[in-house]
Design a protein around this ligand. Sequence first.
Ligand code: SF4
Ligand code: SF4
Length: 112
Amino acid sequence: MPCTLSAVAAPSAARFGRIENRERNPKWKNPPLYIDMDECINCDTCIRYCPSSFGAIFNHGIDVIILPELCSGCNKCIEPCPVDCIYELPAENWTPSPQDWWEEPLSTNDPY
Ligand code: SF4
Ligand code: SF4
């Protein structure tokens, strides 16, 4: 029987560590980003542009969210957003992601 290879790369061990510890990599210099939910049209485009090694953007109920602990600030999601509703979150202003947000990277629906 032929072997079937998954087209989806396995998330990095480093990402799993950030999820387990709920900690942002202190070496990341850029601030994390956030989505203005009042402007977001829930098109999911940004999710496809977030590199799997970071894997920070999720569907969460009717919202699309960025977990700042997982967001490196690489900015790859900004330009593809059709309504320009992704913004920098000054690192000193972010608060830990709420408990229910952490269910997304740990769920079977993790897109990364
Ligand atoms: S800035 Fe980079 S890591 Fe953060 S959500 Fe956007 S694509 Fe993902
Ligand atoms: S690309 Fe922009 S509008 Fe679409 S889901 Fe992401 S933040 Fe919302």
